[in-house]
Design a protein around this ligand. Structure first.
Ligand code: SF4
Length: 438
């Protein structure tokens, strides 16, 4: 019997979890993947075993709906859930959603055993409603080279991307004219002009899978202004994973990128640890998005950028903290690293853009990617997280988990919010944008 992996439909460019690209590589024949907006009664009844992702808190409400929907149409189903946010709140999830199993800490080996049909009571790190196995499995540094990347089990992954403007296109975005609920991965058929489709301008690169995150288990690029981010909570991470953070070394990073290029055309490299990478003698036939979250220099970027067939670097130039210090000193040198296929973008607040002369075409809007709800103190509060995720789900306009009467009511409310409130917003009679979108 195959296992169905359900991915909530929160699909804007930041949403995929990196392990999806390797977690089931050795089990592509016993796993299938589906976006939750495609889940229906008939599909649910075809499987007895489900894995539902809860990686970001913003998926919380939708996650609950998915679990309820599965159990409603298939009461025998067994549901394993997992992902970053569930590591933080798995006890609350058990209380609020009809789920059966969870894996504490690292889950590569336990999840493979689950899809192979091993009794969950015999799987390390596994938690059920009436048992909790010892957390004896942890991913090790020496496990990195053995990672294999395969998304064949998830045929819809990236299928919808060509319908949307490529993030590299330079679109002048007029925020005052964007709909209250912009189009994320909307239903086909609504041809909004591209500048109205995205809350965050489609600039820079997409966060493709496979994604290599160079520091695992905590962010080793954390600095003094990172308090809001879970990546900076090293004690918490240590308690969850029962091991120190792990860093991919240069040699292993090259090895993994070479594996990725054999099967994929695109990838993401997320450097959230020390900058120890030098790909000077390498070439990767990949379109890459590279995010550098720690201190780095133009010389550092020069060591990795040309190695990719096509690449977009995202890094931050904030005035606060030490992250952008070297960048601000060397700003002119970044221009020389660019050509048609290699571009560099900077996360910048409006004052940074003005002070350091960052042009609009290479500015990533820091104020839009860091609203208050991305703060750990916010989403660590279950009620706040649930409330915000409910509103977010509403903005996706999915209603496939609702019974017909609720669907009708939801569509009426969505119409009011999408059109009536939008007009009131445009007339400056109300200001809902900050409350509901940012
Ligand atoms: S550098 Fe970025 S990912 Fe790392 S702790 Fe700070 S905000 Fe989080």
């Amino acid at each position: 019997m195959k296992t169905l992996v359900v991915i909530p439909c929160l699909q804007h460019k930041y949403t995929f979890s990196a392990p999806l690209a390797w977690m089931f590589s050795r089990h592509v024949d016993c796993v299938e993947g589906i976006y939750s907006f495609s889940l229906d009664k008939e599909t649910v009844q075809k499987y007895d075993s489900f894995i539902v992702e809860l990686n970001w808190f913003i998926e919380l409400y939708e996650f609950q709906l998915i679990a309820q929907f599965i159990k409603k149409y298939n009461p025998r189903a067994r549901i394993l859930f997992g992902g970053l946010y569930s590591q933080l709140k798995y006890k609350e999830v058990f209380q609020h959603a009809p789920v059966d199993y969870f894996i504490k800490g690292d889950n590569e080996v336990p999840i493979q055993q689950f899809v192979e049909g091993v009794d969950p009571r015999k799987i390390p790190n596994m938690v059920g409603r009436d048992f909790e196995n010892p957390q004896t499995y942890a991913f090790q540094q020496e496990d990195y080279p053995s990672l294999e990347f395969n998304l064949d089990w998830f045929p819809d992954f990236a299928k919808y991307w060509p319908d949307f403007p490529h993030p590299g296109v330079d679109i002048a975005v007029d925020f005052s004219r964007m709909p209250l609920y912009p189009k994320y991965w909307e239903k086909p058929g609504r041809d909004l002009p591209p500048q109205f489709e995205w809350r965050i301008p489609p600039r820079g690169g997409r966060y493709h899978l496979p994604m290599l995150i160079t520091s695992r288990g905590a962010c080793l690029a954390a600095h003094e202004t990172c308090d809001y981010c879970m990546g900076s909570r090293h004690e918490l991470s240590q308690a969850i994973y029962k091991r120190p953070p792990l860093v991919i070394d240069n040699e292993t990073c090259i090895l993994l990128l070479k594996k990725i290029e054999k099967k994929f055309k695109q990838a993401t490299l997320f450097i959230n640890g020390p900058f120890i990478y030098d790909f000077s003698n390498e070439h990767f036939d990949l379109e890459a998005t590279i995010e550098i979250d720690g201190p780095s220099t133009a010389q550092d970027v020069a060591k990795i950028l040309p190695a990719f067939r096509d690449a977009r670097v995202h890094t931050a130039i904030y005035a606060e903290g030490d992250l952008g210090t070297k960048i601000r000193e060397d700003l002119d040198q970044y221009d020389a690293l660019e050509d048609e296929s290699h571009k560099i973008y900077f996360f910048a607040f409006p004052e940074d853009a003005a002070n350091y002369h960052i042009s609009e075409s290479r500015r990533l809007y820091a104020e839009l990617v860091l609203p208050d709800w991305t703060d750990w103190n916010f989403y660590n509060d279950w009620d706040k997280a649930m409330g915000r995720s409910r509103r977010w789900y509403f903005s996706t306009r999915q209603d496939n988990f609702y019974p017909p009467p609720r669907k009708i009511i939801t569509r009426i409310v969505q119409f009011i919010f999408t059109y009536v409130a939008y007009v009131l917003q445009r007339l400056k009679i109300i200001d809902l944008k900050e409350k509901f979108v940012l």
